[in-house]
Design a protein around this ligand. Sequence first.
Ligand code: HEC
Length: 136
Amino acid sequence: MSAMNGRRAAALVAVAAAAASAVAGVWGGQGPSPDQSPATLALGDSVFHGKVGGALCYVCHGPAAKGVPGLGPDLTDKEWLNADGTVESIAKVVETGVPKPKKLPAPMPPKGGGQLNAAQVKAAAAYVYSLSHPAK
Ligand code: HEC
């Protein structure tokens, strides 16, 4: 009797593990959903426009992030040169800058030339992401 209960328990564990990995598979495929909370986007907006952190995103990318010829690309379109459109890839560009631009003549400095902390980098990335991924 106790042996049978043990086998049943083992079967249940196996089913639960399979279900968990199926769920992880679905989520893993889409990546973690980015933080698009109003507070994060508000901080990102402030960073982008140089109100906190001292970054100059708006100078090179334009106040509406539509790009400035010769300085920075449009960040509101679907074309990504150094990122893949995910919030993680955008955060990476913000962190490291673009030492060798694909199209423009001059590099983007790390953290947009500012002294951004980790939360500000993340918020700026969330803000940039929101420009090409409007809330539904
Ligand atoms: C000195 C000008 C300059 C500043 C300041 C600047 N950028 Fe950039 N940014 C660029 C250039 C140049 C590129 C690369 C364009 C290329 O590859 O041709 C770029 C690329 C990017 C990309 C990737 C776009 C793509 O299509 O791959 C993102 C995202 C981005 N910048 C966000 C920011 C944010 C956010 C800030 C502020 C924290 C910032 N930038 C500050 C000039 C700038």
